[in-house]
Design a protein around this ligand. Structure first.
Ligand code: SF4
Length: 96
């Protein structure tokens, strides 16, 4: 899977892109779209690895992503970290 192939499966694909680039309290409403998205992990990892500053990605606001990046400054690949964590969670929960 190429770096952004996951985006084809995003729930926001049929939404107005402007809905994900909002400010203030509207961000919390925008994030709800991501809650049922099957590529949420890939989307968040991409935004973190690419240091995307604006918009809702993977159910996070820009402020939340900045906080994650500050808390974990040594992470070289969020894609690897998050997909490994998801696989471990699925193993433990019996989802895989
Ligand atoms: S997680 Fe949210 S922003 Fe990312 S693809 Fe899914 S719906 Fe779109």
């Amino acid at each position: 899977m190429a770096d952004t192939d996951w985006s084809e499966q995003g729930l926001c694909r049929s939404a107005d892109p402007d809905d994900l680039f909002v400010e203030g309290a509207a961000q919390n409403r925008a994030k709800t779209l991501c809650s049922g998205c099957i590529v949420r992990t890939e989307c968040l990892a991409y935004a973190l690895d690419q240091r995307i500053e604006f918009g809702i990605w993977g159910g996070t606001t820009e402020r939340e992503r900045r906080a994650l990046l500050r808390r974990r400054p040594t992470v070289a690949s969020w894609q690897r970290l998050l997909t490994t964590a998801r696989a471990a969670h699925e193993r433990i929960s019996g989802a895989a």
